[in-house]
Design a protein around this ligand. Structure first.
Ligand SMILES: [Zn+2]
Length: 132
């Protein structure tokens, strides 16, 4: 698949459908149910899974490249490299360290928990609503 903006925005990659529901929730759980950049609490209508190294720039969909972000931070970051974005929003090294701490964790235990929650509440959004 070509890594172009078009691919990302043609309806296949856009929105919440490019990642499995339980993986999405597992990322939220791993990151403490908050935006890794501004620390805003993850809410179903606002939270998203963000590529640290932009997908359009070759970043992967592996969990080590994915973090919880609020819509505002996701939009502001765009394709900026992490360090530049972290400096821009005034967090600098602290944000870079937080991202490294979360993305280096094994996702498996969070994925097991997320699967249980999705089974219980039906969707990741409903589960997040119930636990956040
Ligand atoms: Zn944020």
């Amino acid at each position: 698949m070509k890594r172009t903006k078009t691919v990302r925005h043609n309806g296949v990659w856009q929105g919440h459908h490019w990642i499995r529901d339980d993986k999405r929730l597992a990322i939220y759980l791993r990151d403490g149910l908050a935006c890794v950049y501004c620390q805003k609490t993850a809410e179903p209508a606002d939270a998203c899974v963000e590529h640290v190294h932009a997908f359009e720039r070759g970043g992967s969909n592996h969990h080590s490249n994915l973090v919880t972000a609020c819509q505002r931070c996701n939009a502001r970051k765009g394709m900026l490299p992490l360090r530049r974005f972290a400096r821009r929003i005034g967090g600098g090294d602290e944000i870079v360290a937080r991202v490294a701490r979360f993305t280096s964790r094994q996702l498996r235990p969070y994925r097991i928990e997320a699967k249980k929650l999705v089974a219980r509440y039906g969707t990741a959004a409903r589960a997040l609503n119930a636990i956040a």
